[in-house]
Design a protein around this ligand. Structure first.
Ligand code: ADP
Length: 560
């Protein structure tokens, strides 16, 4: 802006200066022309007074004038040149403007180019009626040219000085004009701090400032929200531009890449497999070979991941990419478990069914000795019962797997009464196994699902009986521990090897398959216990030693 103002002032002043000079020259020219014409008139007047009758004697009269560069001509009324101080032979002058006007009006002037003199010339012609001739006095107009050349050095100096003056003036003025504008605080503009002419502009800036401030605040808020969102996302996030520069990442993404936090460009990434895929996709997005998000599964830092690559298109051009990395290790594990579970279910259901089928066929075809028939029927009964128990347990586990537990209604439950109910139910079996059940129960309430809690206690006490020794004991205790209530089911049974403490909670896992089968076990009881414990957000611990016995400890959140 300063340059613009400077040039405007500079060029303006310079043009003015040139115009003034031109006007001066023009004024001088017309002044001198007027003066010269007057001089011609005077010269002609004095010539008329002395004009001899015989024009041949004119020479001596004209001589001094001729020396002073005056041209004297005598023309008759028909335009024939009777005498000319510059040329002997001249064409007819009747067409000359000054001659025509002199014949008409008695006297006339004209300014035109003279072929005889070869220059711009001033003429004054006067008609002498009594002698019927026209006397014309002429002189070359030299003033402007002469003046111009005379004044040229002065013009140069003057122009140079004026140029300098204009330059400094323009510079100082431009600076002075802009000073208040440059000094103005745009954040807090006051009307009187700027030129009056700019008041409406100041007003506009103020209102624009207000709008920008609110929009900026809004944008910052949105940005903050987005940052917070990205930061708290469990999925990893990488934002890239089309050149592969990393524009943004969140905290979660660092767990999938070794050196991402120190990278500014994606090419520096150490995960070559991931990088290769990403660069190929980026290239395809840019070439429009691929315009939709691409989801791939891959392993990153020992995590099974699902990676979603989404291009960012602005005006039909790929401007970058959003990469979302999701940890699906648990989902994959669950998937595998489900697959394994389905395979196990088929196998485990088939075994008792085959046995039932074989026994029934033998009975039907009379292939069993009479005395062995009760034994076969007992076997069919036992396998059928086991099959029923297994189907019931599979259904319970599927219920948990499908998320059915979410829809169960929790209520206030007395753990003591549930324990008593289960113990009452299992008393007879305990007597059969010659196992004594000891109780040490404090009253305590929890928020839970009645049938699940009952099933959980049943499975643990049932196992404690089944895997006990003859003459052994079971101690079921309930103790209040501040905000918790602890349920312990301790037995003096066969115990579980330490390396299998985790595995016994797996589906269909039995430490001794044939023993479990004999006892009607399915290997699913403890899996149901584990799911029920998780549903109640309880804590489960196993203490066990082979040959000495086991203790299953559960801690629930107590309610009043
Ligand atoms: P099962 O129907 O076979 O009892 P569970 O899931 O209830 O299936 O138990 C899994 C395995 O854990 C059992 O087969 C058994 O080997 C072992 N087990 C469970 N409870 C006890 C216990 N109290 N004492 C010793 N071993 C046990």
């Amino acid at each position: 802006m300063q340059r613009r103002i400077f040039f405007s002032i500079f060029i303006g002043s310079l043009s003015l200066l040139l115009l003034a000079n031109a006007f001066l020259l023009f004024s001088l020219e017309s002044f001198f022309q007027k003066e010269s014409l007057e001089d011609l008139k005077n010269q002609s007047k004095s010539l008329i007074e002395q004009l001899p009758q015989d024009l041949t004697q004119l020479e001596s009269l004209v001589k001094p004038l001729q020396d002073s560069h005056y041209r004297i001509s005598i023309i008759d009324k028909n335009g024939n040149v009777l005498y000319d101080s510059f040329s002997k032979v001249l064409e007819n002058h009747s067409s000359r403007e000054e001659i025509q006007n002199a014949l008409l009006n008695g006297g006339a002037t004209s300014v035109r180019y003279s072929n005889t003199l070869g220059a711009k010339t001033l003429y004054y012609a006067v008609f002498l009626k009594e002698r019927e001739i026209v006397l014309r006095v002429a002189k070359e107009q030299k003033y402007v040219k002469a003046l111009f050349f005379k004044l040229l050095p002065f013009f140069f100096v003057e122009s140079f000085l004026a140029l300098l003056l204009c330059f400094f003036l323009a510079k100082v003025l431009a600076k002075a004009i802009l000073k208040p504008i440059l000094k103005a605080n745009l954040e807090d503009l006051k009307k009187d701090s700027l030129y009056f002419e700019l008041h409406s502009f100041v007003k506009k800036i103020k209102s624009q400032n207000k709008i920008i401030k609110t929009q900026l605040k809004h944008l910052r808020q949105k940005q903050q929200e987005m940052l917070l969102l990205a930061e708290h996302m469990s999925d990893g996030l990488i934002l890239l531009n089309q050149h592969g520069d990393i524009l943004s990442t969140n905290k979660s993404v660092n767990k999938y890449f070794k050196n991402l936090s120190s990278c500014t460009i994606i090419y520096e990434l150490k995960e070559s497999h991931f990088l290769k895929i990403l660069l190929n996709l980026l290239r395809d997005f840019k070439k429009h070979k691929q315009e939709e998000s691409k989801t791939l599964q891959m392993q990153l830092c020992n995590f099974e991941c699902e990676v979603i690559f989404t291009p960012i298109f602005v005006k039909n051009k790929c401007k970058g990419m959003v990469v979302i990395v999701r940890d699906i290790t648990q989902t994959k594990l669950a998937q595998n478990l489900r697959k394994e579970f389905s395979a196990n279910v088929t196998h485990e259901l088939k075994t008792p069914l085959t046995s039932i089928l074989a026994s029934s066929e033998m009975l039907k075809n009379n292939l069993v000795k009479k005395e062995d028939i009760p034994q076969f029927i007992d076997k069919i009964l036992a396998e059928s019962t086991r099959l029923l128990v297994m189907i019931d347990e599979i259904l319970k586990l599927s219920f948990f797997d499908e998320g059915g537990a979410e829809y169960l209604q929790k209520q206030k439950i007395s753990l003591k009464s549930n324990v008593l109910k289960v113990v009452k139910h299992l008393k007879m079996i305990a007597t059969q196994y010659e196992v004594e059940i000891l109780l040490d129960l404090q009253e305590g309430y929890i928020l839970g699902e009645k049938s699940l809690v009952e099933n959980l206690i049943f499975n643990l006490v049932d196992n404690a009986i089944k895997y006990n020794k003859k003459g052994g004991f079971i101690r079921v205790s309930l103790h209040n521990l501040g905000e918790k209530i602890r349920l312990s089911i301790q037995d003096s049974g066969i115990g579980i090897p330490e390396h299998l403490h985790q595995r016994i909670f797996e589906r269909f896992f039995c430490v001794d398959k044939s023993r479990s089968k004999q006892l009607g076990g399915t290997g699913l009881g403890l899996s149901i216990v584990k799911s029920a414990v998780a549903y109640h957000q309880a804590y489960l611990e196993l203490k066990s030693e082979v040959g000495k016995g086991s203790e299953f400890i559960l801690e629930f959140n107590k309610i009043a």
